[in-house]
Ligand binder design. Structure first.
Ligand code: NAD
Ligand code: ZN
Length: 391
């Protein structure tokens, strides 16, 4: 089959590789119909996530039609169209039983390596390096889905793939970010980052009853989409260091009820490389400044909530923890427990309350994959979300 493979820093290829096979009784094989390239895939593209190997198949936002089922699979059948969660839960461990799928105890065979590097480990991920289990991704013609009954949802026949594809990652991620932000009717929520995750968080916050959402980014096209969803927008290139004053002004001096960091390590492009250093020497973090996270903590009103869907690794320095303690802030964070949200969020889509496909900026064929990675990486003003049409 054809697949997009990681070939080294800033090198992606279309290759002919072996078709996946059923390896365990709980597996299914799907024929990919649509897959997406995620902002997180650019971390792999830029070589900042350790333990990728040449030839690894990329892709963790996947959906397709089941073509083969393992002997233990009871509730899925050949012909079903499924969306697959980006993180893999075994469905049986203590955490999976408590709907904490992203910290599954069993799905990541290399969890011990992640623990050595970062002091923590999570579930296995599709197409996201060997510290996350080395699972093949779905930017390919076929994909093996482990523990398939736990990690997928059947979608109704005839629904447009693009409407439901993002149940695989960014819609549940934006939703969980809003849930972690403790949003109550009438609240004001500030969201840093108007990328796909921020966009989904904006829409989720409104659905949860937020009265005002303030979106912060510097790409005008992304801010415009945020404004179309009802957000007030701030371009941080224009405010510079005045960003906190601007938020204060907009909230009558009080600060937002909750602040969401949908940026993570990418802030100002400085901290991702520091993440690599962490693997070698934690001391190199002395100058590492997580600007967005700091701004969230500083801007938030007293006794408000800071929610962090943006990804962090290793140690962070210069975090105003004393201020957070003094203000009595609450925190929520972590990799998304995607499987927990797939059914209720599918219902919201079917009820017409939200259409995640509006964030798509480009549609491509797999042969255009290498160029799409390059363009997405070089031009985030124009490229927001790229989907690959497979079958
Ligand atoms: P993205 O890179 O497309 O969007 C990030 C946005 O943040 C960009 O538009 C960028 O301009 C903006 N930004 C950068 N610096 C900023 C600053 N100082 N202030 C305000 N905005 C700033 O990424 P995405 O796909 O939307 O993902 C966002 C984050 O969520 C990433 O860290 C990603 O890895 C993470 N993520 C987490 C989960 C999870 O399970 N928690 C799942 C998916 C993605
Ligand atoms: Zn588990």
């Amino acid at each position: 089959m054809r697949a997009l493979t990681w070939e080294g820093k800033q090198s992606v290829a279309v290759k002919n590789v072996r078709d996946p096979k059923i390896l365990r009784p709980e597996d299914v094989i799907i024929k990919i119909t649509t897959a997406a390239i995620c902002g997180s895939d650019l971390h792999l593209y830029n070589g900042v996530i350790p333990t990728m190997k040449k030839g690894d198949i990329l892709g963790h936002e996947n959906m397709g039609e089941i073509v083969e089922v393992g002997s233990a699979v009871k509730n899925l059948k050949v012909g079903d169209k499924i969306v697959v969660a980006f993180d893999i839960g075994c469905g049986k461990c203590w955490h999976c039983e408590h709907e904490e799928y992203s910290v599954c105890d069993n799905s990541n065979p290399n969890a011990h390596i992640a623990e050595m590097l970062y002091g923590s480990s999570g579930a296995g991920l599709f197409g996201y390096s060997h510290i996350y289990g080395g699972y093949a991704g779905g930017q390919a013609e076929y994909l093996r889905v482990p523990y398939a009954e736990t990690n997928s949802i059947v979608v109704p026949k005839g629904i447009d793939d693009e409407k439901v594809l993002f149940l695989s990652d960014i819609f549940p991620t934006g939703w969980m970010a809003a849930e972690n932000a403790n949003i109550k009717e009438g609240d004001t929520v500030a969201i840093w980052g108007a990328g796909p995750v921020g966009q989904m968080a904006i829409r989720s916050a409104f659905l949860m009853g937020a009265e005002r959402v303030i979106a912060i980014d510097h790409y005008e096209s992304r801010l415009q989409l945020a404004a179309e969803a009802g957000a007030e927008v701030i371009n941080f290139d224009k405010t510079g260091d005045g960003i906190l004053d601007e938020i204060k002004y907009l909230t009558g001096g009080v600060g937002p009820d909750s602040c969401i960091d949908a940026v993570g390590l990418e802030a100002h492009g400085q901290t991702v490389t520091a993440m690599m250093d962490r693997a070698k020497m934690a001391l190199s973090l002395a100058t590492d400044r997580p600007d967005v996270l700091r701004q969230c903590m500083q801007a938030c009103r007293k006794a408000g909530t800071v929610s962090i869907p943006g990804v962090y690794g290793g140690l962070l320095d210069k975090v105003p923890f004393g201020a957070a303690f003094g203000k009595g802030l609450k925190f929520g964070m972590g990799q998304t427990h995607t499987q927990k949200y797939m059914k209720p969020l599918l219902d919201l889509i079917l009820e017409g309350k939200i259409d995640p496909s509006e964030i798509i900026s480009h549609r491509i064929d797999i042969s255009q994959g290498p160029d799409a990675y390059k363009n997405f990486n070089d031009n985030k003003e124009e490229y927001r979300k790229v989907v690959i049409k497979m079958h």
